[in-house]
Design a protein around this ligand. Structure first.
Ligand code: SAM
Ligand code: SF4
Length: 443
């Protein structure tokens, strides 16, 4: 395994989209975008909604998310008016949008005080599907009972808590102090109010982590019995994410030690009753995500793994990404720009976007299936120009025991799971000789 890690650990996309965002062609007009949504809605009947809240009260030094650090809730009051305007634009241009789900992400959605949450959620009420799913990312340090009551009032019942690590030395070295007792209190409050699915985000590869500290964190985590867990690889890109320069690199576990942290975490999670689902995610066998994985029906979107395909995802807010089966589109990353644009109650032209051509659609399906279900029918790929290169790559993976090809279905082996991103990369024609350099390490 050590040799394989040395061979394959290199920068590469995480494939939350294919093509990865840096390769998008920015070729989609607003009119075309609206046509794609209408076409998708005709086919699927409903949309999913993502809402990005870009504010946090305090900076975590490792953070790679798009957020603004402030304690001023007047800023979020102004921002929710832009979200309301953006939604108004969609409802003025597209009839009868029914929402199957709303996911609140960030930043920190619970930065919004209860009354702002209520004001924002009220506008979606007439559009909610009968069995609508509401989920939210919660920072345990920034949440109160009133906010949870408002979320329940609007039918939210899934929560994801940012935990990262329980070790106090690790917490100090990433500027994020939150005790076990604080998290325990929040989990109790959520369960008592009726939240039936709780996810914890953990990260491995953080400064000062050791095999013992990771094991201890996971033992503490399992006492709180979350239904799901994300165990992310720390993406350290200080040249692109300046706040990461605050992290002392001499304490970062790298290479094989980083992989061992993951393997230790995975083993401890397994002993606590959690099974690996897709990449970096774990679930109890009774959870909806494990059930979907078991039936090879797992899907993935910009929001993470899901049990239902999202053919129409409308993303509201700065940075938010939307998609249909035919295209992707991202809002301005800059909150000031976004706010100005939305004051006109209109989506601007020339946004970051990509219209999928027929080859993109074939490759997208293969990569999504590999990332979610660890297998993919690759017969359609044979007609593409890059097939010869793909074959060479597959021979190498097969020799290394990472994949098997049977009747045109490519299967990822247990060992191959470690190199899932590398395996997807051979199908990616956008990665030129240096195309992958801008991404985080694959292993
Ligand atoms: C938007 S935050 C979650 C909600 C809330 N802001 C919080 O931190 O509690 C999304 C998650 O991204 C993960 N994350 C952020 N920066 C990361 C990085 N550089 N590498 C890996 N994971 C990261 C963390 O696990 C974090 O919980
Ligand atoms: S990890 Fe969460 S709370 Fe911390 S800065 Fe990033 S988005 Fe904000």
């Amino acid at each position: 395994m050590k040799n394989l890690i040395e061979k394959y650990d290199r920068p590469g996309p995480r494939y939350t989209s294919f093509p990865a965002l840096p390769f998008w062609k920015n070729d989609l007009s607003t009119e075309k975008w609206l046509e794609h949504i209408e076409l998708s809605l005709e086919q699927q009947g409903h949309a999913d909604l993502y809402i990005h809240i870009p504010f946090c009260q305090k900076l975590c030094w490792y953070c790679g998310c798009n957020r603004i650090i402030t304690k001023n809730t007047e800023r979020s009051q102004e921002y929710i008016q832009s979200l309301i305007n953006e939604w108004k634009f969609y409802t003025q241009n597209i009839d009868n949008i029914k929402l199957k789900s709303i996911h609140f992400g960030g930043g920190t959605p619970t930065f919004l005080p209860a009354e702002q949450l209520r004001e924002l959620l009220s506008i979606f009420k007439p559009h909610l599907h009968d069995d609508f799913i509401g989920s939210i990312e919660i920072d345990p340090r920034t949440v109160n009972k009133e906010q949870i009551e408002v979320l329940r009032e609007f039918g939210f019942h899934r929560a994801s808590l940012g935990i990262q690590d329980f070790d106090s030395d690790v917490q100090t070295s990433i500027n994020r102090i939150q005790s076990y007792e604080l998290v325990e209190g929040v989990v109790k409050m959520l369960r008592e109010s009726g939240f039936d699915s709780i996810n914890f985000d953990l990260i491995y590869g953080l400064p000062k982590q050791s095999l013992q500290s990771v094991q201890r964190t996971i033992e503490l985590v399992s006492r709180l019995s979350p239904d799901l867990l994300a165990f992310y690889s720390y993406a350290h890109l200080p040249d692109r994410i300046p706040n990461q320069k605050l992290i002392d690199e001499s304490f970062l576990p790298t290479g094989n030690l980083k992989r061992e942290l993951y393997e230790t975490g995975k083993k401890t999670l397994f002993e606590c009753g959690y099974y690996e689902v897709g990449m970096d995610h774990f679930a109890k066998k009774t959870n909806y995500l494990y059930q979907a994985f078991d039936k090879k029906k797992l899907h993935r979107s910009f929001m993470g793994y899901t049990d239902a395909k999202s053919s129409t995802l409308i993303g509201l807010g700065a940075t938010s990404i939307s998609n249909t089966d035919y295209s992707f589109r991202q809002n301005s990353k800059d909150v000031k720009d976004y706010t100005e644009q939305m004051s006109k109650v209109r989506l601007p032209e020339n946004q970051t976007s990509h219209e999928l051509n027929p080859a993109d659609q074939i490759i997208n399906e293969v990569i999504q299936n590999l990332m979610c279900n660890l297998q993919a029918d690759i017969s359609k790929v044979e007609s593409l120009e890059i097939w010869k290169d793909i074959q060479l790559g597959l021979d190498e993976f097969s020799k290394d025991g990472l994949t098997n090809l049977e009747n045109n279905v490519l299967h990822i082996t247990e060992m191959g799971r470690v190199f899932l991103r590398n395996i997807c990369m051979i199908f990616d024609p956008y990665l030129g000789a240096k195309g992958a350099m801008r991404f985080s390490q694959t292993v």
